[in-house]
Design a protein around this ligand. Structure first.
Ligand code: B12
Ligand code: SF4
Length: 522
């Protein structure tokens, strides 16, 4: 048992972090304007500082689809280039100067987006902003851009480029998320650097979620995102076309509509690949769905448990089963060889100082292969932000610190410093050798035994290699280093599925653990 005050008995040492992970690439203020290349669009994912407590591997697991999704709608006479500053190749290109620079803006890297925008605009490029922060704080963004894209870029981007060509660019463009999702083209993954990510296959099958938790960005004022689904065949075709063994679904909640997830699994099953996805724990209401997911290649799920307190979940308006039933539900996923990466939010109003020890203990007891922690963060324009503001509990509006690694509000039952110390402690506890070992797969047969080295290799690569990640990233080695482990996992999983399919449909599992790709999740 972990003593409730264990996180506060010792000073939690700050973890080492290489300067590249915290320092934005410099922009030369004296760089003169040079020739603009007409019909050249540069798309930028700006730099953000990494949190030394969490794994740096997370940032190169799979790319965001923000830019590739609308890049697919670029007319053919435009040249498109993709630049992710987090791949540590320095600042984005400017020789030749692009005619248009499209930047995706989230609150944590809004400041960097403004710097980039001001720099490119001073040299004649037209800058377009889109993304979550533009939707929640348009007036703050507007002075830095020639135009704002509010909402779905897939609909707006071709209109914006056309208006630029006709010299009639408007300051704001808006689109809803209510069109038929099947009409969207596939994201343009060919512009991504293939070696830089564990997998370039970020898939998205659905948008939205059946919940509307008060702290989630989906509850942002003015954002209406009904649950929309792509045809399962479209999703499978994209998976095949990108030619990777493993895909990460970046959907908010792939399990919101169970009939749809069943259909998607039926389409994925024949291609013999592996994937992971975010779902809510209520998917386990239907164990036949979990079996179907396993048979279709699901090796891991990212589950937003958020809290082990029913009162916290009720305050957040999250519709979810009782927390006392979570352990049984985790077991159902494990029984089908699906690893669980639990996501936990710390600092809710019913959290006291023992929340860190209790949460760590529960995770270890239930052998969650991975866990991700977030300090509760009131995103602007969400109900949580409005509530905290009315209560006078917002400490500042430095958005760079709204990264879920810092306490930006006054918690009810501890100080902001204690909340940050508990957060650092719980990551260190869960990334320790002892904790990794405690959570290894259960060994009941010799096949289970084979899954243990793979689990350890993945865990060490993901959780204990922060000293090396920046080197792998800089030298484009992420995919080459990871790929053999991923291929081995896929190969083992195909065998696992065969054995599982031979079993009676309703006898859960127990055909030995298949081994996992990576203990990670977006
Ligand atoms: C993939 C992902 C990541 C990846 C890549 C992130 C990156 N920026 O490179 C990784 C794993 C690294 C990551 C890390 C983190 N993430 Co993240 N991530 C996601 C995830 C799952 C998918 C993003 C995506 O591809 N969406 C699909 C695209 C198509 O949608 P979109 O981004 O809204 O883009 C559309 C429009 O906004 C618009 N658009 C967007 N940009 C532009 C630009 C232009 C020019 C135009 C015209 C249009 C346009 O068009 C697009 C098509 O409709 C989202 C949740 C989600 N499902 O969206 C969380 C999410 C974005 N992440 C979030 C967070 C908090 C983080 C972390 C801070 C968490 C942490 N502590 O580790 C970190 C660090 C990142 C940071 N500091 O900002 C939050 C952001 C909350 C907020 N209000 O800003 C989200 C929303 C998750 C959540 N539910 O809270 N993440
Ligand atoms: S269940 Fe998850 S994705 Fe859905 S609204 Fe709640 S926090 Fe957001």
């Amino acid at each position: 048992m972990i003593a409730p005050d264990e996180p506060f008995l010792h000073f939690v040492k700050k973890r080492w972090i290489p300067p590249e992970m915290t320092t934005v690439p410099a922009l030369d203020p004296d760089e003169p304007a040079n020739g603009i290349e007409p019909h050249y669009a540069l798309l930028i994912n700006p730099f953000y500082a990494k949190d030394a407590n969490a794994s740096f591997g997370k940032h190169v697991l799979t790319p965001t689809l923000a830019l590739t999704s609308f890049a697919a709608t670029t007319p053919p006479h435009w040249r498109v280039e993709y630049w992710d500053e987090n791949l540590l190749d320095g600042r984005p290109p400017f020789h030749p100067m692009p005619q248009v620079v499209g930047i995706t803006v989230h609150l944590t890297f809004a400041r960097r987006a403004y710097e980039l925008a001001d720099w490119y605009r001073a040299r004649g490029a037209k800058v377009i902003f889109g993304g979550l922060h533009v939707l929640s704080c348009p007036d703050e963004c507007a002075p830095h851009a020639d135009a704002l894209a509010l909402g779905d870029g897939v609909q707006l981007w071709p209109r914006i480029l056309r208006d630029i060509e006709n010299n009639s660019l408007q300051p704001r463009y808006a689109a809803t998320y209510e069109n038929d999702y099947c009409d969207d083209p596939s994201p343009r993954r060919s512009i991504l650097p293939r070696h830089s990510f564990l997998t370039t296959t970020s898939l998205i099958a659905t948008r939205g979620c059946h919940n509307r938790c008060g702290f989630c960005y989906l509850a942002t004022d003015g954002l209406r995102m009904p649950y929309r689904m792509r045809h399962p065949e479209q999703v499978v075709a994209e998976f095949q076309a990108d030619d990777q063994p493993y895909a990460v679904f970046i959907d908010n909640n792939l399990g919101s509509r169970r009939d749809y997830l069943h259909a998607l699994c039926a389409a994925l099953r024949p291609i013999n690949k592996i994937w992971s996805a975010a779902v809510t724990i209520d998917v386990t209401d239907d164990p036949s769905l979990i079996r179907h997911m396993a048979l279709a290649g699901c090796t891991g799920v990212f589950v937003g448990f958020e809290s082990l307190s029913d009162s916290n979940l009720a305050d957040a308006h999250k519709k979810t089963p009782k927390t006392s039933d979570y352990a049984r539900r985790v077991r159902i996923l494990h029984d089908y060889g699906i690893q669980v990466n639990g996501s936990f939010v710390l600092g809710f109003d019913h959290d006291r100082k023992d929340v860190f020890a209790r949460t760590a203990e529960w995770i270890e007891e239930n052998r969650l292969e991975c866990a991700t922690f977030h300090i509760l963060t009131p995103y602007p324009a969400t109900p949580l932000f409005q509530l905290m503001e009315t209560q006078g509990r917002i400490l500042h509006r430095d958005w760079t610190l709204y990264d879920t690694g810092h306490a930006v509000f006054q918690p009810k039952h501890m100080t902001p410093e204690e909340l940050e110390q508990g957060y650092a402690w719980i990551y260190q506890r869960l990334f320790s050798h002892a904790s990794i070992w405690r959570r290894r797969p259960r060994v009941e047969t010799w096949r289970d035994l084979q899954a243990v080295p793979l689990y350890l290799a993945m865990s060490y690569l993901y959780k204990r290699s922060n000293r090396f990640w920046h080197l792998l990233i800089k030298h484009d080695l992420v995919n080459p280093v990871w790929k053999p482990l991923v291929e081995m996992t896929r190969w083992r999983h195909v065998g696992y599925r065969k054995r599982l399919a031979e079993r009676d449909a309703m006898v859960p599992a127990p055909v030995a653990a298949p081994g996992q790709v990576v203990s990670a999740g977006v």
